[in-house]
Design a protein around this ligand. Sequence first.
Ligand code: TMP
Length: 215
Amino acid sequence: MTRAQTGHTAPFVTFEGIEGSGKTTQIRRLSAHLAAKGVLHLVTREPGGTPLSDEIRALVLVPREETVFPETELLLYEAARAQHVRGLILPSLLSGRAVLCDRFCDATTAYQAHARGLDASLVERLNRFAAGGLVPGLTLLFDLPPEEGFARVKGRGVTKDRLERESLGFHRAVREGYLRLAVREPGRVVRIDAAAPEEEVFGSVLRTVAQRFGW
Ligand code: TMP
């Protein structure tokens, strides 16, 4: 479903990047900016956003002894998404409230297809199925070398989740997957240099959303 097909008028913006790319901080800052301007919006994240999707988030991210197979992981992310889109994102967009979402289908393409090696066309079909065809109007890709992302995650001092415990090689593949998406869909995916100072990164975010949506 494109914007025209769903009939919604509010912007749907997604934020993507490797661990430690600073996207969550940038969403928070953009949300404060929009609130100050009186722009109605909702901030949400994947996996998560509804009670059931949040339960799936906990299931998929907790480190565990048992091997979690890539196929299982993929289906859990898609199940969380199917619920999130229908239960929260679409109702919000249809009521005219913009949605800022921390990760969406591109994360599945970068992590489960590119880094885990699952079939890319299958992942694309499942993404479309789970999202009901909903495509973001704009995706901000916060790009930085995984070495730097790792250092930032370590600096947070919190216990790493199951995906954060993956190797540097895995996160390099995730980054490459994202960069390929930016090349493939330049009209939707905008790469932002996330290695720059936070203030500068936020300046790029503001310029981009002002240009697209007049925010
Ligand atoms: P977060 O740390 O940005 O909240 O994201 C949760 C983790 O889940 C992160 O390591 C990326 C991963 N992820 C996937 O592997 N596939 C997906 O489809 C999504 C949405 C997230």
